[in-house]
Design a protein around this ligand. Structure first.
Ligand code: MBD
Ligand code: FE
Length: 284
């Protein structure tokens, strides 16, 4: 027997990393929430739960299952995953309601700030022979008034060809498929990467158990995550999907919008595909 041990990705390990990441980045404005607002929101949330219990005559057995499941979500560190999959899309909808320019969508649990800074044309950090269809993702960042945004930043992160994110699964280089691309003086960027695979919610954790118990599927369509920003403009957090890909019409995290679906075309004189997609930022 050889001693080559490939560490398996586990729900608890990626959950612990996501929980730690969230604690590091927690938005500053969460510091003080007004008492009356807490009263209103929590009272209404509890009233909705009470109503469900009465209407469906929830039993003590079911109450105990809920209690033990909630305890387990915490132990698995899966609160970031649970919340970002099943609630964040509505928070984002409300947050983006009055913003002009390109559509945003949810951030999800796997963003890490301060990825390596890369020039306007760059290849994302990846392993030698990184698996997956090569993808050239290029475009321009402009303001809502049409002005090209010099020095805009395109912060990009995505899963690999197995659906794993660096720093949330074992065995991947620290910054694999993550980078902070600085656009040129006309806001143009050209990013060489690979197409990510669809993402499956870990089946061995509490979110996976909920999905199995409810008979749902566990998948998000393949996606690129982005944070696009420029001086004097509002940052947008978004994702881009691939036309015709699995689960584009049925994302477990309800985070697909029609404007966010890319249609890459095969590269004429090489491997893989390419797509041009521009970002328009609102002033702020
Ligand atoms: C992901 O990759 C993701 O983007 C979201 C929103 C939730 C879980 C995994
Ligand atoms: Fe993701």
């Amino acid at each position: 027997m050889t001693d080559t041990i490939t560490e398996q990705a586990t729900a608890a390990a990626s959950g612990a990393a996501a929980t730690e990441q969230f604690r590091n980045k927690q938005r500053t404005e969460t510091a003080g929430v007004d008492t009356r607002r807490v009263d209103t929101l929590v009272s209404e949330l509890l009233a909705a739960a009470h109503d469900i219990i009465r209407r469906h005559k929830v039993t003590y057995a079911e109450y105990d299952v809920l209690k033990s499941w909630l305890i387990q979500v915490g132990e698995d560190g899966e609160w970031p995953l649970f919340l970002d999959v099943w609630l964040e899309n509505v928070v984002e909808e409300v947050a983006g309601e009055n913003r002009e320019g390109s559509k945003g969508t949810i951030e999800g649990p796997y963003y890490i700030p301060d990825a390596p800074i890369l020039p306007a044309e760059a290849t994302l950090p990846m392993r030698d022979g990184e698996e997956g269809t090569p993808l050239l993702f290029q475009g321009q960042v402009t303001s809502v008034d049409g002005t090209p945004l010099s020095g805009a930043t395109v912060d990009i992160w995505h899963a690999d060809n197995d659906g794993y994110y660096s720093q949330f699964a074992p065995g991947l280089p620290e910054w694999n498929l993550r980078g902070t691309v600085i656009a040129d003086d006309q806001g143009h960027f050209k990013i060489h990467t690979i197409e990510p695979a669809p993402y499956q919610i870990p089946t061995d954790g509490s979110c996976g158990r909920l999905i199995a118990a409810a008979g749902w599927h566990a998948w998000r369509p393949a996606h690129l995550h982005l944070k696009v920003s420029a001086p004097g403009h509002q940052l947008i957090t978004t994702q881009l999907y691939f036309q015709g890909g699995s689960y584009v019409e049925d994302d477990i995290a309800s985070a697909v919008k029609p404007e966010l679906i890319l249609a890459p075309t095969p590269v004429a004189d090489g491997d893989g595909s390419e797509v041009t997609h521009d970002f328009v930022l609102d002033k702020g």
